[in-house]
Design a protein around this ligand. Structure first.
Ligand SMILES: [Cu+2]
Length: 300
């Protein structure tokens, strides 16, 4: 039996109550965590035993006079060097390559058919903005923000024509099984944390920046989105769901949601156009009044 098989058999992650993994890359993370947990257990027992041995061996009754040479054996030095080497292997051999893969190889919409969605935290919930089949998020501007358009998506921008906006307080993030998924995480107010434990991803939501995270779900299911930063009085109620479903169910959901989002954006666009027309008429009226006044003056 290899060491890997042995550690998989004695799954400390499970014993410690870690939620089951449902993402493609999660296995590698779990494997590393399990190894770390075993190593920490070994260190805990090892150093604990060492401490107790020292307390017993160097007790006052046995050593009434201090020994100015101290320990002559090099055992503890060798042990410490051994621990440093194992930790270096964990960090350089496992953790950094795994991290590199997560941050350097972010899949693309066109090349890899990745689903692109933004998760924007607020006190207290998440907005989800899907880029749609074109992989481009609609332009945003603060002046387009309304109750139904909380992210200020520009209703006149064609890139936003296939976008879906959903979420809100207690909202649900829909994902397609087996599709590479890129979630760009940000925040409208304070720092939140976007954590999908079953997908083994977590990212701080920091206002003013957008941090991409990616994963590939491998099971259908419904789980909780956890806010992983204490973000205010309503933090514990910042509950949201995410659903992983078959691609055809996801597509059907997307079609329905697209109609809702686009109808709302279209309504906003019509209102904006009306407003522009009204402003133009107002300006024309002012110009006419000013123009005639000027003319009268000239006549005098
Ligand atoms: Cu939060």
């Amino acid at each position: 039996m290899t060491l890997a098989a042995l550690t998989d058999y004695f799954d400390l992650n499970k014993l410690m109550g870690m939620l089951p993994n449902h993402s493609e890359h999660g296995k590698e993370i779990d494997h590393m965590l399990n190894f770390c947990h075993w190593f920490m257990l070994l260190l805990f027992v090892g150093w604990g035993t060492f401490f107790l041995v020292c307390v017993f061996r160097f007790r006052k009754s046995r050593n009434p006079k201090a020994d100015y040479h101290g320990v002559r054996s090099h055992l503890s030095t060798h042990l410490e060097v051994g621990v440093v080497i194992i930790e270096a292997v964990i960090l350089l051999g496992f953790a950094l390559p795994l991290w590199g893969k997560r941050v350097n190889e972010i899949p693309d919409n066109e090349k890899d058919g990745a689903l692109k969605v933004r998760a924007i935290g607020f006190q207290f919930g998440w907005h989800f903005h899907y880029a749609g089949p074109d992989g481009k998020f609609g332009r945003q501007n603060i002046r387009f923000i309304t109750a139904t358009n909380p992210l200020g998506i520009d209703p006149t921008d064609s890139d936003g024509g296939d976008d879906v906006l959903t979420g809100g307080v207690g909202g649900t993030l829909h994902l397609a099984n087996h599709q590479a998924t890129v979630v760009r995480v940000s925040s409208l107010d304070v720092i939140h944390g976007f954590a999908l434990h079953e997908m083994r991803i977590q990212q701080d939501a920091i206002p003013g920046t957008e941090a991409p995270q990616w994963f590939r779900p491998v099971s259908n299911g419904e789980w909780q989105i956890i806010c992983a930063q204490l973000c205010g009085a309503g933090h514990s109620n910042m509950a949201a769901k995410y659903v992983v479903e078959d691609k055809k169910d996801f597509d059907a959901w997307y079609k329905d949601s697209l109609a809702i989002t686009q109808a709302s954006l279209k309504k906003q666009k019509v209102e904006i156009e009306k407003q522009i027309e009204a402003e133009k008429a107002e300006l024309a009226k002012k110009a006419a009044v000013h123009g005639s006044g000027h003319g009268e003056k000239k006549a005098h």
